[in-house]
Design a binder for this molecule. Structure first.
Ligand code: PLP
Length: 711
């Protein structure tokens, strides 16, 4: 091939790489896109597709004539292509049947990367991480979701410290999305019935390594405006929008899979949002002559349901009137009466006043169900015992698989490079991405000949420093409109030597973001202790309709600007994947203080471990299993009072006590070289005991063995 053709070929391979999210968890690929245009990389918020557009083919052609760059591109492309073609995956020897008949994983949201903001929180992040690990394992897996063209809201804070929301239009052409086209190159269009009308949709593909995730898009001219808007915002509308979105997701997803000739061996419902898929599976069976009972049983045999929260608002309920308006057509399709349809989503089938609950539909129509941590499993069994009146709670058929995170994806670049360098010294020929999720690699963290205390401490300084620089830049960028004269002060914000405590998550009430400030006088005192300084970094979004959550944000920002906590407390606007990655890596302590047992799992704390940040958490969700007495800190014990007020009071005391009696003394207990040996011992323990256990590789393997392959 002549050089010109060679370069054209390389450009098209590079474009393919940019459109596959694999690059987001491969450091060489990420560095390459950044180095192509550091400025565009920053301005376009790490969007590889947009960076390539910005560059133009003419510039790329010229630059690829440079041998050094060309070799580097080639090496990244080979890594990528080898990954896609890898024939020695875990699934090939452990889940071969799923290659032919994949897992179809339905989720109303997927979080992959900051450039594709179509997730609202932990549920979506988990779905994205599930897909990434399914790809790494070589599992037969396809995802189904909606393409929200305005995504999840962006947060800005007005001069009253009040959260306001804005939406930015996502342009599929400038994102890692491919249109789903038919053989003639025309967009594939499918159809669902909603509220007695026909709604058409097209589809975008997100390439997650080896796994496609299909995003349904109803924004077509043939549809009426209110149907087009079904794929506008993540959880944006009222209950009518919600039920219609869920029909689109569940029924539309099944129709799409049929259109693509994909015959899943299992339909995994990530939360109840997708449960209408069951009705479509039943309809298919009835169409080929089965009775309702037979059809129901056949549909049920193909479905798995994961429930994600004990919080009542997390379980969609629709009134009979709403069901009659939006979902009446199911009665004709399934040949059932309205009451029979409603009964599928009711605890008491004969109660005409009971709403239709998506979780109940999912529980009734799945062959297996699970919660997302051990405690959440048992809380869910208790919660849904009403559906199985004969059984004791322990017999309720809901199991559990504890969540994880996709380690490579959540690792900050600094940490990825650091650990990879370490690995190469001991195992020069090892494949980094595979080693990373092996227990024996992280067991090395306890070996001081592999990594010394000094090295760990220096990594901590680097990551903390990077977070502080990030926080200063971000606060400056967001605040200079109102406080232009203030900018000098941003250099004094936060102290690179101080114990840095992070808290970032959705501002849902049960997460109690401001709990620590219940001990205001005490916190002021420790924050201003010049010998043992402590500081706080907060971030998080409240649901647009949740004024109580917004008041908590307002309170924290107010404290950060106008109290004795000023300069020691900051709130970072617009929490997203990028902000999360900065925080879980830069902080020393990751604080989590939910009202137990409402945090089903929690995942942000899992992202901290490999950065040397320690968890300090209520023994709820995953931390109740993860904490072993040596690898972090527990707030309170393995119980909680029933009364919420009493619980808040006790927990705020416990929180302060752990902080004061354990965390601060341990962090500041330095030897002659200024190294906190006992603290670093905890970091080592956390790496060795938590990193691999709470990775989605383990989680997806568990799902496969326990549920996907099980009849
Ligand atoms: C990890 C993550 C979450 C989930 O965090 P929890 O601890 O489960 O609340 C939510 N949002 C973003 C942006 C995240 O990265």
């Amino acid at each position: 091939m002549d050089l010109k053709n060679h370069i054209e070929k390389k450009i098209s391979r590079l474009n393919r790489l940019a459109r596959n999210l694999w690059w987001t968890w491969n450091q060489d690929a990420q560095d390459l896109f950044e180095d192509l245009s550091p400025r565009a990389w920053q301005n376009l918020y790490h969007n590889a597709v947009a960076v390539l557009h910005e560059l133009s083919d003419t510039e790329l052609r010229a630059r690829l004539r440079d041998k050094e760059l060309s070799d580097r591109v080639e090496s990244v492309l080979l890594q990528f292509e080898n990954y896609l073609d890898d024939s020695e995956t875990w699934a090939l020897s452990n889940a071969k049947d799923l290659a032919e008949n994949p897992v179809a994983y339905f989720s109303a949201e997927f979080g992959f990367h900051e450039t594709l903001p179509i997730a609202a929180g932990g549920l979506g992040m988990l779905a994205g991480d599930h897909a990434k690990s399914a790809s790494d394992l070589g599992l037969g897996f396809v995802g189904i979701s909606l393409f929200y063209r305005e995504g999840y809201f962006q947060q800005s804070i007005n001069k009253d410290n009040w959260q306001t929301e804005y939406y930015s239009l996502l342009d599929p052409n400038n994102l890692p999305l491919d249109p789903l086209l038919d053989d003639e190159g025309e967009p594939v269009v499918c159809e669902v019935e909603i509220a007695d009308e026909s709604v058409q949709f097209r589809v975008w593909i997100v390439n997650v390594g080896r796994c496609p995730v299909y995003l349904i898009d109803a924004d077509l001219k043939v549809n009426k405006q209110h149907f087009r808007d079904l794929t506008k915002c993540v959880y944006g509308g009222d209950n009518l929008t919600r039920i219609m979105q869920e029909i689109l997701l569940g029924v539309g997803g099944v129709r799409l899979l049929r259109r693509l000739d994909i015959a899943p061996s299992i339909f995994h419902m990530n939360e109840g949002h997708a449960a209408f898929l069951v009705l479509e599976l039943i309809r298919e069976q009835i169409e080929i002559g089965n009775s309702f009972q037979e059809a129901f049983q056949k549909a049920k045999n193909q479905c798995l349901f994961t429930t994600h929260t004990p919080v009542p608002a997390g379980h969609d309920r629709f009134t009979p009137a709403l069901m009659d308006y939006a979902a009446r057509h199911f009665c004709d399709q399934l040949k059932v009466s309205a009451n029979e349809l409603l009964a599928l989503g009711r605890v008491d089938p004969s109660n005409p006043n009971e709403d239709f609950c998506m979780t109940i539909l999912a529980l009734k129509a799945a062959r297996a169900a699970n919660g997302v941590s051990e405690l959440h499993g048992s809380v869910s069994r208790e919660m849904w015992r009403c559906l199985y009146p004969e059984d004791a709670a322990s017999k309720v058929p809901i199991g559990h698989i504890t969540n994880g995170i996709h380690l490579a994806g959540w690792m900050k670049g600094t940490a990825r490079k650091y650990w990879r360098h370490k690995l190469e010294r001991v195992r020069p020929n090892a494949d980094w991405s595979k080693e990373l999720v092996k227990p024996d690699f992280w067991a090395l963290a306890e070996d001081s000949s592999f990594i010394s205390d000094e090295e760990i401490w220096s990594l901590r300084y680097r990551l903390r420093r990077e977070l502080i620089e990030f926080a200063r830049r971000r606060l400056y960028a967001h605040n200079n409109i109102f406080e232009a004269s203030n900018f000098i002060k941003f250099d004094h914000l936060l102290n690179p030597d101080a114990l840095t405590i992070g808290f970032a998550r959705r501002f849902a009430t049960y997460k109690r973001a401001s709990l620590i400030f219940e001990q205001y006088e005490n916190i002021v005192r420790i924050v201003n202790d010049l010998r043992l300084p402590v500081q706080f970094v907060f971030a998080g979004k409240a649901h647009p309709k949740d004024d109580e959550g917004k008041r908590l944000i307002q309170k924290i920002i107010h404290l950060s600007k106008h109290s004795e906590l000023k300069n020691h407390l900051v709130f970072l606007e617009n929490y997203d994947v990028h902000v999360a990655r900065q925080m879980v890596s830069g902080c020393d302590i990751w604080l989590n203080n939910p009202r137990r047992p409402l945090e089903a799992s929690g995942t942000s704390g899992m992202k901290t471990t490999v950065h040397g940040c320690l968890n300090m958490s209520i023994l709820d969700g995953w931390w109740r299993e993860g904490f072993d007495g040596t690898n972090g800190f527990a707030i309170g014990g393995d119980m909680n009072p029933e009364d919420a007020e009493e619980q808040d009071r006790l927990d705020s005391e416990n929180l302060y006590n752990v902080l004061c009696n354990e965390v601060i003394p341990c962090f500041y207990d330095r030897d002659v070289n200024g190294i906190p040996r006992a603290w670093i011992e905890k970091i080592r323990r956390a790496m060795a005991t938590l990193a691999v256990e709470y990775d989605t590789t383990r989680m997806v393997r568990d799902y496969t063995k326990k549920y996907y392959l099980h009849e």
